[in-house]
Write a protein that binds this ligand. Structure first.
Ligand code: SF4
Length: 84
């Protein structure tokens, strides 16, 4: 994201706050409940629940036996993936 687009987004959010618009942020479990047919959101919610919401723990998940491991969110490009 460029600096200009970040400033533009901040300005939009500032204007929304001034207008009294409340932004509701859903956690991954709530998002999955809102979209019960989404496999992506279901996986994100499961990992979120499994790691008590810690992105770092999900990123560094060492449970090689978990069938969701290669599909978990927050993987870095240099994550070791395991193909079985
Ligand atoms: S991939 Fe890791 S974080 Fe996600 S559900 Fe499996 S064990 Fe938990």
């Amino acid at each position: 994201m460029s600096i200009e687009s970040l400033k533009k987004a901040q300005e939009v959010m500032r204007q929304r706050r001034e207008d009294g618009i409340v932004t509701v942020r859903l956690d991954p479990i709530q998002k999955a409940k809102e979209n019960p047919k989404s496999l992506r959101l279901a996986i994100n919610a499961k990992c979120y629940e499994c790691c008590d919401g810690s992105r770092a723990e999900i990123r560094n998940c060492s449970a090689h036996g978990c069938p969701l491991r290669n599909l978990r969110p927050y993987q870095s490009d240099d994550s070791d993936s395991e193909e079985e």
